[in-house]
Write a protein that binds this ligand. Structure first.
Ligand code: NAG
Ligand code: NAG
Ligand code: NAG
Ligand code: NAG
Ligand code: ZN
Length: 296
């Protein structure tokens, strides 16, 4: 009996260890993506966003960008909308092949979630049918999922659950590869380079957006479809980066330290920047239409 109890405890512990891994960027990463986006919103989009935010946000989108992680236990159906798994070792992504949940239900992945909540905000904002969806939730889901899809291991291999089942020693600490990319790289960077202050790190990324990457912004924002948002390339880029930077050198039980950290940090900073820029341009497109409709 005692042995049985120990076994259950062990199983529960393993499950608990797996759970945080599938949530996406940690709190800092989501905050950063949304904060960067807030700085790039048009006046109309900023006003529409403020209007939809729940009271607890106190007017700040970034304050509620981890909300979908907090309610995952309550809204169990939303858990599989945080990521997309791709077939082992293929390094590419295809919507029809890969965007489904573990039960095979189509569209139930992070790309489907982004399309879903963009559509809700786009079609129903300000209209009489607003009751149909909770647009406050749609805004928080969309902002969170555009962050998630930019974390390379959110489009990782199915066999290792996007790195969740790869145990890693991060400097001295036991963790897994997925969490290295969700949290550890950002937290180590804050500690080593940014006085443990997320605002300073975000400022540094913002500076690279206006200097280093200024010429790339228009291609990041590129969306020629009529869908307002184009998440397929975000997923393709992520699995490509996972194959080039996340998995190499990160074999089970390996110790990752300065060499891995310093060479991957620029990738993480660029993905936070791209997530922020693309969230802003998506919201700007969504809430531009509203203005045109209300002017007509
Ligand atoms: C779309 O949004 C609705 C409302 O939150 C939700 O019930 C549904 O599961 C979502 N579907 C996808 C694919 O995101
Ligand atoms: C919309 O969702 C938010 C967050 O879950 C909730 O606080 C609010 O009461 C909901 N609004 C309606 C009208 O149900
Ligand atoms: C934008 O995307 C389209 C395809 O979706 C591509 O043909 C075009 O070259 C892209 N433009 C830029 C500037 O990246
Ligand atoms: C990693 O370490 C764990 C715990 O020490 C061990 O059970 C497992 O077999 C190791 N895996 C590999 C691939 O070395
Ligand atoms: Zn998430």
């Amino acid at each position: 009996m005692i042995q049985f109890n120990f076994f259950s405890l062990g199983t529960a512990f393993v499950i608990l260890q797996l759970l945080p891994g599938v949530v996406g960027w940690g709190k800092e990463g989501h905050y950063a993506v949304c904060k960067i986006a807030e700085g790039l919103l048009t006046e109309d989009a900023a006003a529409a966003v403020k209007n939809l935010l729940p009271e607890i946000a106190k007017g700040e989108l970034a304050a509620v960008c981890s909300w979908p992680d907090e309610i995952r236990g309550l809204y169990r159906w939303s858990a599989e909308l945080h990521f997309i798994d791709t077939p082992d070792f293929l390094c590419n992504y295809e919507y029809c092949r890969d965007c489904h949940d573990s039960g095979g239900n189509k569209d139930r992945c992070v790309v489907g979630g982004i399309n879903n909540y963009t559509m809700q905000l786009h079609k129903f904002q300000g209209s009489a049918s607003e009751w149909k969806y909770n647009l406050t939730e749609a805004l928080m889901f969309l902002s969170h999922f555009i962050g998630d899809i930019h974390q390379p291991l959110h489009a990782g291999f199915l066999g290792d659950l996007g790195g969740n089942t790869i145990p890693i020693h991060w400097f001295g600490m036991r963790t897994n590869l997925h969490r290295v990319w969700d949290n550890m790289i950002i937290e180590t960077a804050m500690k080593n380079f940014y006085s443990s202050d997320l605002a300073i790190m975000i400022e540094a990324v913002n500076k690279k957006i206006t200097d280093t990457w200024s010429e790339d912004i228009s291609s990041w924002e590129n969306c020629t479809s009529i869908n307002t948002v184009c998440p397929d390339p975000f997923a393709s880029e992520s699995i490509d980066l996972a194959c080039k930077y996340a998995y190499p050198g990160a074999t089970p039980n390996s110790t990752l330290s300065d060499e891995y950290f310093l060479s991957r940090l620029p990738i993480v900073e660029k993905r936070l920047a791209q997530g922020g820029v693309r969230l802003a341009s998506t919201l700007n497109r969504i809430f531009k239409t509203e203005m045109l409709i209300s002017e007509a």
